[in-house]
Design a protein around this ligand. Structure first.
Ligand SMILES: [Zn+2]
Length: 227
């Protein structure tokens, strides 16, 4: 029975019953105006496992989206590896350096988390601009065999895309945030965008071409939550 799951029923002008897990993990059941209560109760009862799994997924997603903190002791990713953040007072100019397994941020005000965050964000973009070119070169060696010549590459922070391609302007934009991920993931995004010079949309031909450039592209997809 469903007596261990609390839920709110919302009756709407719809044809089927569905369950939604809201961000606060509460359960909302949307049902047709005419659904008998007993149908709703049995629908929820038969979806208990699904509700549990979905709540877990919402929790995990929230955790991975949770704002990164910028204090000493936090873990920051760089090229797919975790580094311990060490925030110190800058004796002269502010700077960020990798020392062993730590990212050492020397900030003028280590207590000002927003300022430390801005310092680290600039550092990530700079590292992306430093590291991406050789990865791009490696991808272009392969792509060149299929007639793809070097496009103009831009690197900047983007909110919701890992990369974009503008075949008309022959340009590719890469999200600087990728520098937090393994090289394999960065290569996947580059190859994906380069493939758009041959195939505009995400159709079968596009993915067949991507598979020629990068035979294990499917496995690499797991590194990135969106592409
Ligand atoms: Zn695409």
């Amino acid at each position: 029975m469903s007596d261990n799951i609390d839920y709110v029923v919302v009756r709407t002008d719809r044809r089927t019953i569905c369950i939604r897990i809201l961000p606060d993990l509460s359960v909302q059941v949307r049902a047709p105006l005419s659904s008998p209560d007993v149908d709703i109760v049995s629908f929820v009862a038969s979806h208990q496992e699904w509700i549990k799994r979905s709540r877990l997924k919402v929790t995990e997603r929230a955790a991975s989206r949770r704002e990164m903190r910028f204090r000493s002791g936090e873990t920051l990713p760089f090229l797919g590896s975790p580094y311990r953040l060490d925030v110190r007072l800058a004796l002269s100019r502010q700077r960020v350096q990798i020392r062993g397994d730590a990212i050492v941020a020397e900030a003028s005000n280590p207590e000002d988390e927003a300022a430390v965050r801005a310092l680290l964000e600039r550092w990530y973009v700079a590292r992306a601009r430093e590291r991406f070119p050789s990865i791009i070169d490696g991808c272009l060696v392969i792509a060149a065999r299929y007639g793809i010549t070097r496009p103009e590459i831009r690197i900047r922070t983007m909110r919701s895309r890992w990369g974009t391609c503008n075949p008309r302007k022959r340009s590719v934009t890469l999200n600087a945030e990728l520098v937090k991920y393994p090289k394999e993931a960065i290569e996947l995004v580059i190859m994906h965008e380069l493939s758009h010079f041959q195939h505009r949309g995400h159709d079968k031909d596009f993915y067949e071409f991507l598979e020629i450039l990068l035979p294990d592209w499917k496995a690499r997809k797991t590194y990135l939550k969106h592409d």
